[in-house]
Design a protein around this ligand. Structure first.
Ligand code: ADP
Ligand code: MG
Length: 399
C-alpha cells in the first residue's frame, strides 16, 4: 500500500526556491513573539501570517471554538495586531475543508511579506495515470478549488504532458505561459517557476506539487504565494533529506504507530475494526461489510508475513479506537499460514484483552490447524465461514 508524505508550505517553498522559483520573503515563527521579530526583520511592512498545517483551504478555514472570524492566512499591517492574532493561531486547532472537524494544531506560523495581487493562477503537477505520464496543469483562474474546475469546467484546465526523461522543456513552459495570458515580460518569470516545479516534482519523486496561487503583482512580478508538495513514500528511501522534512505531529497517530511496526493502517468513520492481510482483501472486506449494512472504522493490513508481535500491535491499534464496536479478522493464508495467525490471535487476545466481539474468518494454508487452535482455546471468538458469513456476523455484533 502506498501513501504520500506531506510537507509544510514553507518547506515546499524552500525546495522550489532552491530550483529558482521566486517566492515572497518569509520567516518561520514558533511563538507570537517570534512572529513580531519576523515582522520587524521583514522591514515592518505588511505581512501575512500563515498557519502551517498539512492541509489546504487554510485561508477559508476557522480556528475551532476561538469565536474569531479569521482563518489560517491573515493579512497584517499593524505590529500590535500580531500578538493577539498569533496567539489564537497557536492556541486553537485550525479547521478547514481538508482537516476534518477536529482541525489541526498549529505549531509554526510562516510570516511572509504581503504581495499586491493583480492575478491569481493555478499551477500543479501530478502523475496522470491515464496518460501514463506526469502532467503539468494550469488554470488562469487561480486561488480556486481545482478539483471543482476539473469537474465543472474541464476546458479551463490546461494540461501539458511532461517527459520524465527530460522534464518540462522550456518551449512547453512558454506555451503554457502564453496560454495563461502572461505578458511577454512576465513569460520568462512564469517559465522559471514552471521549470522549478517540474524539477522538484521529478527529482524528488513527488506525487503532487501545487502552486496555488501563482500571482502577478501590479508591477508585473510573478511569485509563488502558496506551495504544496506530497511525495511517493515508496521512493522516500532515495531522498533522506525529504524524509527528514516529515512532521509526524501532523499525521494520524495510529497510522504512524502502525507504520513503525511495518503495518499499514487506514482510519475511517464507522464502528467495525478490520484486520486483514493484503490490500485487495482489505478492499473486498470493506465492500462486503458495507453491503451487509455495516461501516468499517478502519482497516489494518498486516501484509504477507506478519509475526506475533505485529499482530499483537495490530490489535492494540485497532482497539485503541473508541468507535470500534466489533473486530473482523479476515485472513487468507498464503505465505502467512492460518495456524500462525491463529496462535498470534490467541497471544494478542490474552495480552490486549478484548472488550468487543471478535469475528474470525480464516481460509487457505493450514486452515484446519488454525481453526482447531481457535476452537480449543476456549476464548470467546465468533468463527465465520466465508466472507458473507463473516460480514453478517460482524455487522450484527457491532449493533
Ligand atoms: P490556502 O490555499 O491554504 O488557503 P494560501 O497560501 O493559498 O493558503 O492563501 C490563501 C489566499 O491568501 C491566497 O489565494 C492569496 O489570495 C492570499 N495570500 C496568501 N499568501 C499571501 C501573501 N504573501 N501576500 C498576499 N496575499 C496572500
Ligand atoms: Mg493555496
Amino acid at each position: 500500500m502506498g501513501w504520500s508524505m506531506k510537507i509544510h508550505e514553507y518547506q515546499a517553498k524552500d525546495l522550489l526556491a532552491a530550483e529558482g522559483a521566486k517566492i515572497p520573503a518569509g520567516i518561520i515563527a514558533n511563538s507570537p513573539e517570534e512572529a513580531v521579530k519576523a515582522f520587524d526583520h521583514l522591514g515592518g511592512n505588511p505581512v501575512v501570517l500563515k498557519a502551517q498545517v498539512h492541509a489546504g483551504g487554510r485561508g477559508k478555514g476557522r480556528f475551532k471554538d476561538s469565536g474569531k472570524d479569521f482563518g489560517g492566512v491573515k493579512f497584517i499591517t499593524k505590529r500590535e495586531d500580531i500578538i493577539p492574532i498569533a496567539e489564537v493561531m497557536f492556541k486553537f486547532p485550525l479547521v478547514t475543508l481538508q482537516t476534518g472537524p477536529e482541525g489541526q494544531k498549529v505549531s509554526k506560523i510562516l510570516v511572509q511579506s504581503a504581495a499586491d495581487i493583480s492575478r491569481e493562477i493555478y499551477l500543479g503537477m501530478v502523475l496522470d495515470r491515464s496518460e501514463g505520464m506526469p502532467i503539468m496543469m494550469a488554470c488562469a483562474d487561480g486561488g480556486v478549488d481545482i478539483e471543482e474546475v476539473a469537474h465543472k469546467n474541464p476546458e479551463k484546465l490546461l494540461k501539458m504532458a511532461v517527459s520524465p526523461e527530460t522534464g518540462l522543456l522550456p518551449y512547453q513552459a512558454r506555451k503554457l505561459a502564453f496560454a495563461l495570458g502572461f505578458t511577454p515580460e512576465q513569460v520568462p518569470q512564469a517559465e522559471a517557476i514552471m521549470m522549478a516545479l517540474s524539477k522538484v516534482f521529478l527529482a524528488q519523486d513527488a506525487s503532487l506539487a501545487e502552486i496555488n496561487p501563482l500571482v502577478v503583482t501590479p508591477t508585473g512580478e510573478v511569485l509563488a504565494l502558496d506551495a504544496k508538495i506530497t511525495f511517493d513514500d515508496n521512493a522516500l528511501f532515495r531522498h533522506p533529506h525529504i524524509e527528514h522534512l516529515r512532521d509526524l505531529s501532523e499525521e494520524n497517530p495510529s497510522e504512524v504507530r502502525a507504520a513503525k511496526s511495518g503495518l499499514s493502517f487506514v482510519q475511517m468513520s464507522g464502528n467495525i475494526g478490520c484486520l486483514v492481510n493484503g490490500a485487495g482483501l482489505a478492499m473486498s472486506t470493506m465492500d462486503i461489510i458495507k453491503y451487509h449494512g455495516g461501516e468499517p472504522a478502519n482497516f489494518l493490513d498486516v501484509g504477507g508475513g506478519a509475526n506475533k508481535d505485529q499482530v499483537t500491535e495490530a490489535f492494540r491499534i485497532l482497539l485503541s479506537d473508541p468507535n470500534v464496536k466489533a473486530v473482523l479478522v479476515n485472513i487468507f493464508g498464503g505465505i502467512m499460514k492460518c495456524d500462525t495467525i491463529a496462535n498470534a490471535i490467541l497471544a494478542a487476545y490474552k495480552e490486549v484483552g478484548f472488550h468487543v466481539p471478535l469475528v474470525v474468518r480464516l481460509e487457505g494454508t493450514n486452515v484446519a490447524e488454525g481453526k482447531k487452535i481457535l476452537q480449543e482455546s476456549g476464548l470467546k471468538i465468533i468463527a465465520a465461514e466465508g466472507l458473507t458469513d463473516a460480514a453478517k456476523k460482524v455487522v450484527a455484533a457491532a449493533k
